[in-house]
Design a protein. Structure first.
Length: 271
């Protein structure tokens, strides 16, 4: 079998062997490749770039030294013409190239769907963050105004309320920031997988199938989490006639968003 892209053309022995014919198991230069494909018996032969051929990989059946033409669904493996009769009789067979293209297409759709979902999750979190911060600003403004109304008596109480709101804000924003990191990582993973698939265009089918299978495992291991309900804060004010400090102020209410921190952290560790 042809071993390396640095070899010379095995036909004219003069030009660089930059093109590998999967059916003939030979390296061709550019001119010889064109001539080869003009022959009627070779017009359907497929080529890959010689530099993309991994010397450690088996591009031929080890038992019969023939090219892999089929994919055995029952055994989950590529097989040659002879193997279909000797070892895989009555097994469900499909064309190797078509099976590889089908897997590639299905995997691309899964990645695209997960990319879309992760992008939507990021947009939702950003929207929640903005809305929550606006609520915080509104609450602080209301508290401050009410505090000024009773300023003679309750300067200290205003400071306590504002600090409580800001402390809760920091906790909520910390959770939101953590969620953004997780979902942004999912989004970036999807983009990288799409890039990886595009870069596999020139790889031999049998190698591409193996790489796609490995990539599919990584993709399937990513479980996109639904964005939890966001945190919220509100303040209900009141203007009592009494002079007690506590009775002069309204009631703060915090609704803490459910963060999937434990689950998302475990998911990150598995990567």
């Amino acid at each position: 079998m042809a071993q390396a892209a640095a070899s010379t053309c095995e036909i004219c022995t003069g030009g660089p062997g930059e093109h590998y014919c999967q059916q003939c198991d030979q390296l061709f230069c550019g001119n010889c490749k064109i001539s080869h494909l003009r022959a009627k018996s070779c017009k359907n032969h497929t080529f890959v770039s010689g530099r993309d051929i991994n010397q450690e990989e088996k591009l031929l059946c080890t038992d019969h030294k023939e090219s892999f033409l089929f994919y055995c669904q029952d055994c989950d493996t590529p097989v040659c013409r002879i193997c279909t009769v000797e070892k895989h009789s009555r097994h469900l067979m499909t064309d190797l190239t078509k099976s590889t293209k089908k897997l590639k297409s299905e995997l691309a759709k899964v990645i695209e769907l997960k990319e879309t979902t992760s992008r939507q999750n990021l947009n939702t979190i950003e929207k929640y963050t903005k809305a929550y911060r606006e609520e915080v600003k509104a609450v602080i403004k209301t508290i401050t105004e009410e505090g000024n109304y009773w300023k003679k008596f309750i300067d200290k109480k205003v400071e306590d309320f504002v600090k409580l709101v800001q402390d809760e804000e920091q906790k909520a924003l910390h959770n939101m920031s953590a969620l953004i990191k997780v979902h942004r990582k999912d989004f970036e993973n999807c983009q990288q997988w799409q890039k990886n698939i595009k870069e596999m265009e020139s790889i031999a089918d049998v190698l591409l199938l193996k790489k796609l299978k490995k990539l599919k495992v990584d993709v399937d291991n990513i479980e996109l989490q639904q964005v939890p309900e966001r945190s919220s804060v509100s303040y209900r004010n009141k203007k009592p006639l009494g002079t007690e400090i506590d009775s002069l102020f309204g009631e703060l209410q915090f609704k803490e968003g459910k963060a999937l921190m434990a689950k998302t952290e475990n998911q990150q560790n598995t990567r």
